[in-house]
Ligand binder design. Structure first.
Ligand SMILES: [Zn+2]
Length: 142
């Protein structure tokens, strides 16, 4: 019996998932290229491609947290920790996401730490002044 939780994929140490590595190169290479040539591109292309690449990296970060694309989690974390979006630091996302999977209430709208659902009582407790606060709590349970 393995000690590895079911939500972490245990890839043999010498095995590498090359399609994910190629995707990683496409994301970071694309972002570097976009950053280098942004002035020679129409702004809508930069916005669209930048949004695409950042969303793609979010998906990659999720895979990395779950043990892809190598059997070495340090390498995987290094792949996921580059802060393209400047929104949610990888380490905070990693910790809260793993907590989300540890939670016996996974996908429970009230108990899951990744849920943004509010009961009527909790919503009313926020009041008008805290309305915006509700939208910027990506990883807190409170
Ligand atoms: Zn997950």
């Amino acid at each position: 019996m393995s000690d590895t939780p079911s939500y972490i994929i245990k890839i043999p140490a010498r095995r590498v998932e090359w399609p994910t590595v190629i995707l990683t190169i496409a994301i970071y290479g694309g972002f570097l290229a976009l950053t280098f040539w942004w002035q020679s591109l129409p702004v809508w292309v930069v916005a669209l491609a930048g949004g695409w690449l950042i969303a793609w990296q979010g998906s990659l970060q999720h895979e990395v947290i779950h043990g892809h694309p190598t059997g070495n989690q340090r390498i995987n974390n290094a792949i996921g920790s580059i802060p393209l979006s400047l929104w949610l630091p990888y380490e905070i996302y990693r910790e809260s996401h793993l907590e989300h999977h540890l939670d016996e209430h996974l996908t429970d709208p009230i108990e899951d730490p990744e849920s943004s659902y509010f009961t009527r009582t909790a919503w009313e407790r926020l009041g008008r002044a805290n309305f915006l606060h509700a939208g910027i709590r990506p990883c807190s349970g409170g």
